[in-house]
Design a protein around this ligand. Structure first.
Ligand SMILES: [Zn+2]
Length: 864
């Protein structure tokens, strides 16, 4: 049993008055705070969270008149400070007054500094990132989501800067020291992890909104000087999102102001601080010349996600981190609803099926996945669950429930839930209860194993002949459910007998829906020439294994356009994943993929591309690798011919995304014309300074790097250094990982940790090298060699686990052994699961090749 790290429950904060003074020259800060407390029983001491703070004084104000000086002791393990006083503290109200100081760190957590350069001059700003457990690094506090309180924030700042916090500034005055004192209106009752303080030189644009209640609310987007023109897309999207959510949730945005701030150094994508949402520059700013359609879509999605949190997460907060998925799964689901409303042509729900559902299924197929709800105690365990299971599987099971209950009932249930728990906390069961009350369906019972158990089911379909009146084709299907594992080794070891309540549909002549709550089930269906598609629209979180006869019919349906995009996607996804798991053959999936040559949907191509990229990495050391590349060219050449390099008037917005993706894949599979064209476009820009269409920049840079040498490397690096736009920097950084030459890849790795690359961007470059078959061993050796540096920079945060995510691309057992040996010597608590997942994948890869190698070789040599 692990010891609980939660604070004693008999002391409750009601209000904090906090004053912080950041020093942007010496990178320190000092602070004072008074916490208004209620003691539910007499106490000898008070325990608060506090890390890396030096507490200078502590006083207890007894009955608003007597002042008792206290002593402080620190417990580093539990990240707390314990205050003791000469007399017993009586039951009832009291005030704890503290002074303290700390350091503005460079680790992108707690209260930290960020740097940018303006006209050749280095500038600094101070900013916070508190989720999950880092408010305790800025001020001693009850740093748990259920310890909600009101915060009165005052920031004392240099005269040339501005201060941003969760609410509107109420008063600005001058201090004799030359500093400005900025006081903010009290916050609503809220959790510590949602507080924010930002101090620096900013400019902003703003827009006004009229709420249903007649209130006005102000939306502002802040950038460092010179970038506010890039904020208008974000302002527009955020206003539309707020309108949508107010209407959908039936509750007005509760604060008078929403500020959104672009921060040059930021670990996550964005953070939903109530009323003061912080973003990476690349997730908030849109530059008309440099941002691609994909960049723009990503910005819109991130904004929709963070703004959903203003209700789901901020107004109603998870009771403890075990219920993190309630925040993240929900926001990751509802952002699609908002974006579908604002940008209906983006076909964003189809994109969900490859994006969220596809990635969630992949991760959740490992034995080393975890249940959506997981008991967590220590901060390292909390960091670990900010992963695809909490976000994407959470979103996927909510989408399944949304479809099952019906959109109206689902919305009503949410409104009921938010009203009932506003300004308070809730658990998963509370959400199910609210949905149950509105829909009358046993939501808690249906959802139990989806959130409490790891993994998800595979539905195996068997055909049983059924006699029907003459002239009609009838079938009796036998459906069986069992947990799906992508690794046959994991399957063999597993004793998992979980049964899920599966809302499932089948479309033959008609569409039928039912709830499968047993191990096996018989269904009567009448099917058409184009077969029977299970899990229509891929709305449930399951996979389907069809018998050959049905699969053949569905293949025909794909070719004849008789299936919807999500259904075509689901079919190819399951086919590749069943090959990986050993339930089917890789050659069958490769053959099925050839039925998709007429495909024109971006999302279906994205799914197929994901599988072919996985195989590309898996096969990279095999003698038949060249033949696989030829196969790849066969798959992509038709669609590339249709798409071409030029945008077409009136084409679907997703075609822009499709074009970039398929051009790159065809070039990457070695098509000489595509590579040449990419090099020509690139050379024209280098010689004449002509700007490249932002939607083609990724393709061009990647192919130039993949086929380039020293000259191209030097040029890309100098472009990286000169570039100020983060999206463009990310694009170039990724390309730097794609060279074939090992010495150049080594230089890329060194560059990633040089002063020219922000901490937030280094791991992206390292993982690009790691994902490159020519660079994977170099990247791993580099990580080992620079372990101390990486640990110093990233350990403890959510970001660190990413170092290991590409490790799963190794294919040899010796690689797994080497990683095991290294982590045994260098334990990383917050990356434990990520490493276990990578190891499971490597062992599975090795067996996959062993099992199917001969068949694949034969298939590829006959096919090409
Ligand atoms: Zn979120």
């Amino acid at each position: 049993m692990k010891k609980s790290v939660r604070l004693p429950v008999h002391v409750k904060p009601e209000r904090y008055k906090i004053m912080l003074r950041p020093d942007l020259e010496n990178f320190t800060f000092s602070g004072e705070e008074t916490i208004y407390l209620v003691l539910e029983k007499a106490a000898k001491e008070i325990t608060l969270h506090s890390v890396d703070l030096e507490i200078l004084s502590a006083e207890w104000i007894h009955k608003s008149k007597e002042v008792w000086a206290g002593k402080v002791a620190y417990d580093l393990k539990t990240e707390t400070a314990i205050f003791s006083f000469p007399k017993l503290l009586e039951k009832g109200k009291g005030q704890l007054k503290l002074t303290f100081k700390g350091i503005l760190n460079d680790k992108m957590r707690g209260f930290y500094k960020s740097k940018y350069t303006l006209d050749g001059v280095d500038k600094h700003l101070a900013v916070t990132q508190f989720e999950s457990t880092d408010a305790r690094r800025a001020f001693p506090c009850f740093d748990e989501p259920s310890q909600k309180a009101i915060f009165d924030v005052t920031l004392m700042i240099p005269a040339n800067t501005v201060a941003i916090s969760n609410t509107m500034e109420s008063n600005i005055s001058e201090h004799e020291s030359g500093y400005k004192i900025v006081e903010f209106e009290p916050t609503p009752k809220m959790s510590t992890y949602l507080l924010a303080f930002i101090v620096g030189e900013f400019e902003y644009i703003e827009g006004n909104r009229q709420q249903a209640t007649g209130n006005k609310s102000l939306v502002r987007v802040f950038t460092t000087p010179g970038k506010k023109e890039q904020a208008s897309f974000a302002l527009d999207v955020s206003i539309k999102c707020l309108d949508f959510y107010e209407d959908y949730f039936g509750i007005d945005y509760p604060l008078p102001v929403l500020d959104m701030i672009a921060i040059p150094d930021f670990a996550a994508g964005a953070m939903e601080n109530w009323g003061a949402v912080t973003y990476r520059e690349s997730t908030l700013l849109v530059d008309t010349e440099k941002s691609s359609a994909a960049n723009k879509q990503w910005v819109a999605m991130v904004i929709a996600h963070e703004l959903a949190h203003q209700w789901f997460g901020n107004l109603v907060t998870m009771e403890w981190w075990t219920h993190l998925w309630l925040n993240e799964g929900f926001a990751s689901f509802i952002e699609y609803l908002a974006i579908d409303h604002i940008f209906p042509k983006w076909e964003i729900w189809t994109q969900f099926v490859a994006g969220e559902l596809g990635t969630a299924l992949a991760l959740d197929s490992l034995a080393n996945t975890h249940p959506i709800e997981v008991t967590v105690n220590h901060p390292a365990e909390i960091s670990e669950i900010f992963d695809k299971v909490s976000y994407a599987k959470g979103a996927s099971v909510l989408r399944m429930l949304w479809k099952y209950l019906g959109e109206k009932a689902f919305q009503k249930g949410l409104q009921h839930y938010l009203k009932k728990h506003a300004y308070s906390n809730a658990k998963t069961e509370d959400l199910w209860k609210a949905l149950e009350e509105v829909s009358g369906k046993p939501v808690g019972k249906i959802m139990a194993n989806w959130t409490a158990k790891p993994g998800h089911p595979l539905i195996s379909v068997k055909l049983k002949v059924k006699n029907l009146p003459a002239g009609r084709q009838g079938e009796k299907l036998e459906l069986r459910q069992s947990r799906f594992f992508s690794s046959p080794i994991s399957k063999r070891k597993s004793k998992d007998k979980t049964l899920w309540n599966i809302p499932i549909t089948v479309r033959g002549e008609t569409r039928k829906g039912f709830l499968m709550d047993k191990k096996s089930l018989y269904v009567n269906v009448t099917h058409t020439r184009y077969g029977l598609k299970m899990n229509v629209g891929e709305s449930s979180f399951v996979r389907v294994d069809y018998p050959q006869k049905l699969l053949k019919e569905l293949e025909g349906a794909v070719k004849n356009g008789k299936l919807s995009a999500p259904d075509r996607l689901g079919l190819i996804r399951d086919s590749f994943d069943l090959a990986q798991s050993g339930d089917s053959l890789t050659t069958l999936a490769l053959e099925l993929a050839l039925s998709y040559l007429g495909e024109e949907d971006y999302t279906v191509w994205a799914q197929l591309t994901g599988h072919l990229s996985q195989l590309d990495s898996l096969f990279s050391d095999e003698p038949f690798y060249g033949q696989f590349k030829a196969y790849g060219r066969k798959v992509y050449s038709g669609i590339v011919r249709k798409m071409g390099w030029e945008k077409k008037a009136g084409e679907k917005p997703t075609n822009v995304l499709l074009r970039g993706m398929v051009l790159y894949k065809l070039g990457s599979f070695g098509d000489k014309d595509i590579i040449k064209k990419a090099q020509t476009i690139y050379n024209e820009t280098v010689s004449s300074g002509k700007s490249i269409d932002p939607d083609l920049r990724g393709v061009v840079y990647n192919l130039v790097a993949e086929n380039g040498g020293k000259v191209e490397w030097n040029k890309l690096v100098s472009m990286y250094k000169q570039e100020d736009n983060q999206q463009e920097k990310d694009r170039i950084g990724r390309a730097l990982g794609l060279f074939k030459s090992k010495p150049l890849l080594k230089k890329t790795l060194e560059f990633s940790i040089s002063k020219d690359v922000r901490y937030q961007s280094a791991l992206g470059i390292i993982t690009s090298v790691w994902g490159n078959p020519n660079g994977r061993y170099l990247a791993w050796e580099f990580v080992k060699k620079n372990w101390e540096l990486l640990k110093e920079r990233y350990a403890g945060g959510h970001y660190f686990t990413r170092v290991f995510s590409p490790a799963g691309e190794f294919t040899k057992i010796s690689d797994a052994k080497d990683i095991e040996k290294f982590v045994a010597k260098n334990p990383i608590p917050e990356a434990k699961r990520t490493i276990a997942q990578a190891l499971e994948q490597i062992y599975s890869n090795a067996q996959w090749l062993k099992r199917d190698r001969t068949g694949i070789k034969r298939f590829l040599s006959k096919d090409v």
